[in-house]
Design a protein around this ligand. Structure first.
Ligand SMILES: Nc1ncnc2c1ncn2[C@@H]1O[C@H](COP(=O)(O)OP(=O)(O)OP(=O)(O)O)[C@@H](O)[C@H]1O
Ligand SMILES: [Mg+2]
Length: 394
């Protein structure tokens, strides 16, 4: 089987029930390393054929993972199905399938799946999540992984494919679009991908209460408490300062000590010089490997005194340029400053525009990506939708 022309690096065959607790996080973590991961179609429910699923996976992926769990063995697989799996040439000769034993012991696997109990497997009880990801990466080493020093994968397979493995590092991405289109969701997905690589990230919020930011991470099934405990995730909470909410009120609303421990307040965000001094000090302390989010540039701009508005973005760019920090600047369409894009051009790694467009009378969500800095400009336009996994681009 020639492995070179395959569209995907890896597929993950799994039981529906394990998606929320394990499989989605695994897929996100592997994507954040630049692997093209296919997993939604491999969610096995009642009546699905395991053998067919694996055959399909192997026809377009270089490598497959089967997540064997109490839910997985609880499915009514037939003997024929399982022996068919075992008889597969691919499994025996090329070692293309790696089983993961998820919360299950050797005795149970042997009892239910004797024919695959002998394959080398990763056992989730014996290793950390990070080690699982590393083991899979070692296993797939032959596949061309992107260079993480020069590329910043987004973890969104279509975006990564379009950008040749990710945006250039460091990159300031401007993410423009109307209200409610999905800007914060997309930015958060990209930040989660960075956090899965262990990179330090700050979410700078003006627009939403920290509770809403945290809620979005939880909805996207990101292990946010783990990121906070590792010290790689902080929220600069300008929202509460601007809206005169006390720390006690904010903490009470969040209702969880670990979660509120990531909140940082800057005392007077209206004092621009002081604000940037404190923000840059935090970035300095945490390191610049990750992706910071400014949500949104509009509110920052609105806080500037009228007399400073003309020069603000030039000063802003001068401050952030030496940082070599990747960031996503969220801009709502009505930003009052017309020259914003022009001013940011030389630090911009790309512009992403999200919009609604009427096609045959129906509103569609459209994403346009353009102006990549390293010369490989790739103006592309795709449809997307918002699902429980976030922005999904077609
Ligand atoms: N709590 C939620 N539960 C389910 N869907 C949600 C939730 N919050 C947002 N959405 C959906 O995701 C879409 C995009 O939300 P998102 O916050 O990413 O948009 P945005 O572009 O950042 O908007 P804004 O300009 O208002 O900040 C919303 O229109 C909504 O359909
Ligand atoms: Mg938003």
């Amino acid at each position: 089987m020639s492995g070179n022309q395959k569209e995907w690096d890896i597929f993950i065959s799994h039981a529906t029930e394990d998606k929320d607790t394990f499989v989605r996080s695994l897929a996100l973590a592997l994507r954040s390393q630049g692997l093209k991961v296919w997993y939604d179609e491999f969610t096995l429910g009642i009546g699905d054929s395991l053998r067919k699923s694996i055959d399909e996976g192997l026809s377009s992926s270089k490598f497959g993972i089967v997540v064997i769990s109490p839910n997985f063995i609880g499915k009514p697989w037939t003997d024929r199905e399982l022996s068919g799996l075992y008889a597969s040439q691919d499994l025996q000769d090329e070692n293309l399938i790696l089983p993961i034993w998820y919360n299950i012991d050797a005795v149970t696997v042997k009892k239910h799946l004797p024919m695959i109990a002998d394959l080398v497997a990763i056992k989730t009880e014996a290793v950390s999540f990070q080690e699982i990801v590393e083991k899979i990466l070692i296993k797939t080493q032959q596949t061309a992984l992107v260079d993480l020093r020069t590329h910043m994968p987004t973890g969104i397979s279509v975006l990564d494919a379009l950008t040749g493995g990710g945006f250039p590092r460091p990159s300031t991405l401007s993410l423009l679009g109307v209200k409610g289109i999905g800007k914060s969701t997309l930015a958060t997905q990209i930040q989660i991908s960075s956090l899965f690589r262990g990179e330090p990230c700050i979410y700078i919020t003006y627009r939403e209460a920290p509770y809403d930011i945290i809620d979005r991470f939880i909805r996207l099934k990101a292990p946010i408490e783990e990121f906070i405990q590792k010290g790689i995730f902080k929220i600069i909470d300008n929202y509460s300062v601007i809206n005169c909410l006390s720390k006690v009120e904010v903490d009470k609303c969040i209702g969880n000590e670990v979660l509120s421990s990531c909140l940082i307040r800057i005392n007077n965000p209206y004092d621009t010089d002081n604000y940037f001094k404190e923000q840059l000090a935090l970035i300095d302390k945490m390191g610049t490997g990750g992706v910071n989010i400014v949500d949104s540039v509009n509110e920052r701009y609105d806080m500037i005194k009228t007399s400073d508005k003309g020069t603000f973005f030039r000063k802003f760019r001068a401050r952030i340029k030496p940082l070599n920090q990747s960031a996503i600047h969220i801009v709502t369409e009505n930003l009052g400053h017309k020259e914003y894009n022009e001013i940011m051009k030389d630090i911009q790694g790309g512009t992403i525009r999200m919009s609604f467009e009427k096609i045959k009378g129906i509103n569609h969500r459209i994403i346009k990506i353009d102006s990549l800095r390293d010369g490989k400009s790739i103006p592309v336009e795709r449809q997307f939708s918002i699902t429980e996994s976030g922005v999904e681009i077609y």
